[in-house]
Design a protein around this ligand. Structure first.
Ligand code: DCP
Ligand code: MG
Length: 378
């Protein structure tokens, strides 16, 4: 629609889970700026501000045209005073002074470098910065006590901070399929996270594993991990009982099976061999030039095992994006008096858990139009 001044005016529903957000984005200059401010807020323990910037960026991601004039933003949801100021600055001056000064700030740069170490969160990075540690050399020189994850993170820093391609994700997928087929025939592996949404690269590779017969997945994760370890695929791994619920704000609790839901954080060793076997690189033989050249890379891989009864919830909960997930839970709680987790959906009005065997059913329970993974890139 257009208004009197003939400027295009957009209309957008307020929850990201009501919108179709593809990877096509006409406003990357604006969304990159707001995402950087979101990241800075998240790294500074200002979660509320982080979410506000993420929501604002997500609204701009669905606009069909580049924003050229502030009047086009009239009536759009989630654009607070602060985000509007940043957008205005960019439209008028080509850049936002706040974004530029954040990018240049020693603190932001140090937080980025230090949290780039797998196993290091904002809290640890902040403590190191207060101790005067701003980069990896200073960290190494200060000989801090590191846990096993952080030691692996530091050792494989460059690899882990290099984006993972879809081809690499698929090659790892083949190995995981092989592991699962070896330890529990009939178990199923699904690529989740950003790659399921159609992204061409990611910071890690995420897989969800289940078995069509309830209960057969019990004890599966340690077996998969042992197989991968015996074949030399794991540079690091830590298997935990799922901690997803504990980190969430919702009170959703599954009625049973929660202890079966396991997660493995790993650093995977992906060699040229696997990529070749997956048919992605030219067939070649080791040559003299390979002397000293590393023929593998480290990749962050997350594995999740779910019982089939919770599979649809796990699939929906682990496909993302993070903002899309957050908005689904906010929609459930605020608009439907329901509580959604990656295990279950609880209806607070009927005081009962709602069953679902597909993502489509969960959207239907929530009174939302179905949004396919490729349109959850909020
Ligand atoms: N997830 C979540 N909340 C968490 C952890 C995970 O909602 N605390 C979900 C949403 C994510 C998915 O799990 O999309 C996978 O997490 P990632 O951090 O790997 O995110 P992506 O796969 O979306 O991004 P990337 O491409 O950077 O890996
Ligand atoms: Mg991921």
């Amino acid at each position: 629609p257009t208004n009197e001044a003939e400027v295009e005016v957009f209309s957008v529903p307020s929850y990201a889970c009501q919108r179709r957000t593809t990877l096509e984005n006409r406003n990357t200059v604006l969304t990159d700026a707001l995402s950087l401010l979101a990241e800075n807020a998240e790294l500074s323990a200002e979660e509320g501000r982080g979410v506000a910037f993420r929501r604002a960026a997500a609204v701009l991601k669905v606009l069909p045209e580049p924003v050229t004039d502030m009047t086009q933003l009239r009536g759009l949801p989630c654009l607070g005073e602060h985000s509007l100021r940043v957008i205005k600055d960019i439209l008028e001056n080509g850049a936002s002074s706040e974004v530029e000064s954040t990018k240049q700030s020693e603190r932001f740069k140090a937080l980025k470098v230090l949290t780039g170490i797998f196993g290091v969160g904002a809290k640890t990075a902040d403590r190191w910065i207060r101790e005067g540690i701003h980069d990896l050399q200073q960290l190494k020189d200060s000989r801090p006590t590191l846990n096993r994850a952080q030691r692996a993170g530091l050792e494989h820093y460059d690899d882990i901070n290099q984006p993972v391609s879809k081809a690499e994700a698929d090659a790892i997928g083949q190995v995981v399929e092989e592991a699962v087929a070896a330890v529990l025939p009939g178990a199923q592996v699904t690529l989740i996270g950003g790659f399921r949404r159609g992204k061409l690269s990611g910071h890690d590779v995420d897989f969800l594993i289940t078995h069509p017969e309830e209960g057969r997945e019990v004890g599966l994760m340690p077996k998969i991990v042992s197989w991968l370890e015996s074949q030399g695929f794991l540079l690091y791994q830590k298997t935990t009982r799922n901690s997803y619920l504990e980190s969430e704000d919702g009170p959703a609790r599954p009625c049973s099976n929660m202890d079966r839901f396991e997660r493995c954080f790993s650093v995977f060793k992906l060699s040229e061999d696997e990529k070749r076997r997956a048919g992605q690189t030219q067939s070649r033989h080791a040559s003299a030039e390979d002397g000293g050249r590393k023929l593998w890379r480290a990749v962050r891989v997350d594995l999740v095992v779910s019982p089939i009864s919770q599979f649809a919830f796990a699939l929906l909960g682990w496909t993302g994006s993070k903002l899309f997930e957050r908005e689904l839970r906010r929609w459930a709680g605020h608009e439907k008096t329901m509580s959604l987790s990656s295990h279950a959906l609880y209806d607070g009005t009927q005081r009962t858990y709602l069953r679902a065997t597909s993502e489509e059913e969960i959207f239907a329970h929530l009174g939302l139009d179905y949004i396919p993974p490729s349109e959850r890139n909020a």
